[in-house]
Design a protein around this ligand. Structure first.
Ligand code: S3P
Length: 182
């Protein structure tokens, strides 16, 4: 098994922010699947959804994940919110290292992403309904794909990064889904 730490979870869970803190704590590089996709496509995610559609974005996402899997140097990887939904991707995640689910409540997502226009899936008329529905659909999948689950509501990115580092040092992150949030 590889040594990367992969952060998964819903949009607005703090994957990139926590990832940045954790990468700094561990002296590792932070890699972000969305950024890799945008760089490779030469387009923003919004533009990819607009011009090619979601299915094409999902193909690009799997390609980006596979490219990351070739990296040898242990990194912190922030995965796009929909990445764990494909079984194929979950299989790759298992080989990459320790997958951590950053769990978040819908209210927190809505608060954090207010005024954000970079998430095409939340661009519709009723973002609140969409967030609740998608979280409901995805929660079990995120938990299944991860070895550790961290609750993020009301915690600072630094505190969450420290929790993850602590769990790593204690050798957690085996087969079972383990809660170390409160
Ligand atoms: C998506 C999450 C986004 C991005 C795309 C689709 C999703 O990433 O990959 O807009 O399906 O949840 P973040 O989780 O980093 O916002």
């Amino acid at each position: 098994m590889g040594q990367h730490i992969i952060l998964i979870g819903f949009m607005g869970a703090g994957k990139t922010t926590v990832g940045r803190r954790l990468a700094a704590l561990l002296g590792r590089e932070l890699l972000d699947t969305d950024q890799q996709i945008e760089r490779q496509a030469g387009m923003t995610i919004n533009r990819i959804f607009e011009t090619e559609g979601e299915a094409s974005f999902r193909r690009r996402e799997t390609e980006a994940l596979r490219r990351l899997a070739d990296r040898k140097e242990p990194a912190v990887i922030s995965a796009g919110g929909g990445l764990p939904l494909r079984e194929e991707n979950r299989e790759v995640l298992k080989t990459l290292g320790l997958t951590v689910y950053l769990r978040v409540r819908p209210e927190t997502v809505l608060q954090r992403l207010e005024g954000d226009h970079t998430r095409p899936l939340l661009a519709g008329e009723h973002p609140e309904e969409t967030v609740r529905r998608l979280l409901e659909e995805r929660g079990g999948i995120y938990a299944m794909a991860a070895s550790l689950t961290a609750d993020t509501d009301g915690k600072s990115p630094e505190a969450i990064a420290e929790e993850i580092r602590g769990a790593m040092e204690n050798g957690k992150g085996g087969e079972a889904v383990e809660d170390f949030g409160d």
